[in-house]
Design a protein around this ligand. Structure first.
Ligand code: G1P
Ligand code: ZN
Length: 545
């Protein structure tokens, strides 16, 4: 086997975004493109030399080819051992669990999360550090700087390995261990939840339950946990065969892309509990009969009911949410006397707080919740947590649990409006229009509400003191309302504008109103202040969640 050094010219723009490097498959297929990024990881992450690397992805188109390339490069770069999921598969939370359990020096996760796959779809790669979480900004920046100067990559000339058989193989001086992608993860979840209570709930003949894996990576995980371990009927897990193009769908668990599940549970009331997860298994959507749980509310409900799950029976240390996520979790933290942190968008900002033991639960409005059991958001974890709560609150439903929560803590009405694939210059103009008006907004009114703060969110990490600026424009009306505007850092086409709306309602008599109608004054204000319609030519958002 020959070790080769292949000369390379740097590719522009290999800067990781909110969650790793995400581009069109066709971009990743350019000779040397994937190699340049991977070599930049190996060149900057010294600890990997002679160390253990975890490798796997969500199974999307180009996953298998990428895994073979990365294995040959790892062998040529002196990595001692690689743990790779069978078939090249590891969900994002499972990869995090494997890194932690086996004390790896890091991991490479191949995924573009909820973005569509297939030859014309998206691909992505993300480096996770030894704590199992996404690399913090200092690390991604070092990788990016290296990619701008890269001159060569190292690769072993060797035949493809057989990744479909669990066991050990040699590749040059490196050991490749193909592992069951589900085992470590399932074992970890079993320590957190009351499986006996969940089993009893799921097996009740009148409990109508469905999990939609959206033809993405969670199929095998959901089957093992929900069917094999918890006794759900086969029919309860649908779209469980992972496909390279997710069956042509958009593997994003929200009412728009998981529309059939949404209709069956929320509109037609045919299911008591329904859930879905995304391409790489880190997102979750929770639905009940006649109700969709807003992800911000989900975090708050989990925090308020944490003691019902054995893994959190002794209480939680604190909670954190990304800035655009509603302040529902803050209300729970306040009532429980717990610290609550507000971080920029992206899971990497929770890592330090989790490592330092300052928080136990964290979440984002983008259908992401998790805890300190690993360092990624975790779709099936949230599903099992909700099932655990339902099992421990007999006679209650998802809706009654939510309504009870709102009565206690007040309701934070919430919605996000996305304008996708907008021309990048036009999107920036809309945001800049709001940005320049921010200083003039203080003290002015949105209907009855008074603006108490208007700024561009900056974050200082309370653990390592690192600063992150420009994390989203905020218009805040005290505890009553917020409007947030930011550009997506995960899109691969033009720019995506995200507008977020939050309105607090303490009065139980007014907690069951239509969300969009309730938020209308905030929505109108944001559309006016950004001039979004004129600047982008769009009459309405593409996706409302
Ligand atoms: C989006 C979500 C963000 C999440 C990220 C990765 O990022 O908004 O909360 O962490 O995907 O799943 P964005 O495209 O907004 O930068
Ligand atoms: Zn994801």
């Amino acid at each position: 086997m020959n070790l080769r050094e292949i000369p390379l010219k740097p590719f522009a723009g290999q800067k990781p975004g909110t969650s790793g490097l995400r581009k069109k498959v066709t971009v990743f297929q350019q000779p040397g493109y994937l190699e340049a990024f991977v070599q930049s990881v190996f060149d900057t992450q010294e600890a990997l030399k002679g160390g253990l690397l975890v490798l796997g992805g969500d199974g999307r188109f180009f996953n298998r080819q990428a895994i073979q390339i990365i294995l040959r490069m790892a062998a040529a770069n002196g990595i001692a051992r690689v743990l790779v999921g069978r078939g090249g598969i590891l969900s994002t939370p499972a990869a995090s669990a494997v890194i932690r359990r086996h004390k790896a020096q890091g991991g490479l996760i191949l995924s573009a999360s909820h973005n569509p796959g297939g030859p014309d779809g998206d691909f992505g790669i993300k480096f996770n550090i030894a704590n199992g979480g996404p690399a913090p900004e200092a690390v991604t920046e070092a990788i990016y700087l290296c990619s701008e100067r890269i001159k060569r990559y190292r690769i072993l000339e060797a035949a493809d390995l057989d990744l479909d058989r669990v066991g050990e193989q040699r590749l040059g001086g490196m050991t490749v261990s193909v592992i069951d992608p589900v085992e470590d993860y399932a074992a970890l979840l079993q320590t957190l939840f009351d499986f006996d209570a969940i089993r009893a709930l799921i097996q009740k003949p009148d409990f109508r339950f469905r999990f939609d894996a959206m033809h993405a990576v969670t199929g095998p995980y959901a089957r093992r946990l929900l069917i094999d371990m918890l006794g759900a009927p086969q029919s309860a897990v649908v779209n469980a065969e992972p496909k390279e193009d997710f069956g042509g769908g958009h593997p994003d668990p929200n009412p728009v892309y998981a529309d059939k599940l949404y209709k069956d549970a929320v509109i037609d009331g045919q299911l008591d509990f329904a859930a879905a997860s995304d391409g790489d298994g880190d997102r979750n959507m929770i639905l009940g009969k006649g109700v969709a749980v807003s992800p911000s509310d989900s975090l708050a409900v989990l925090a308020a009911n944490a003691r019902l799950a054995p893994g959190y029976a002794n209480g939680i240390a604190g909670v954190a949410r990304s800035m655009p996520t509603s302040r529902a979790a803050d209300a729970v933290a306040k009532a429980l006397g717990l610290p609550c942190f507000e971080t920029p968008t992206g899971w990497k900002f929770f890592g330090n707080l989790l490592d330092a033991g300052r928080i136990t639960l964290c979440g984002e409005e983008s259908y992401g919740t998790s805890s300190d059991h690993l360092r990624e958001k975790d779709g099936l974890w949230a599903v099992l947590f909700w099932l655990n709560i339902l099992a421990k609150r007999p006679g209650e439903t998802v809706l009654s649990i939510l309504q009870d929560h709102w009565r206690r803590y007040g309701r934070h009405y919430y919605s996000r409006h996305d304008y996708e694939a907008v021309d990048a210059v036009k999107a920036k103009t809309a945001l800049d229009t709001l940005r320049v008006s921010l200083p003039t907004l203080l003290g002015s009114k949105i209907g009855e509400l008074t603006i108490t703060n208007a700024d561009d969110f900056a974050y200082r990490d309370p653990v390592d003191g690192s600063e992150s600026k420009g994390q989203g424009l905020r218009v805040i009306c005290g505890e009553q309302a917020r409007i947030i505007a930011r550009l997506s850092g995960t899109g691969t086409e033009g720019a995506t504008i995200r507008l977020y709306f939050e309105l607090f309602e303490a009065d139980p008599a007014r907690q069951n109103e239509d969300v969009q109608a309730k938020l209308k004054p905030l929505i109108d204000f944001a559309e006016r202040q950004t001039g979004i319609r004129q600047h982008t030519g769009r009459a309405e958002p593409d996706v409302i969640t």
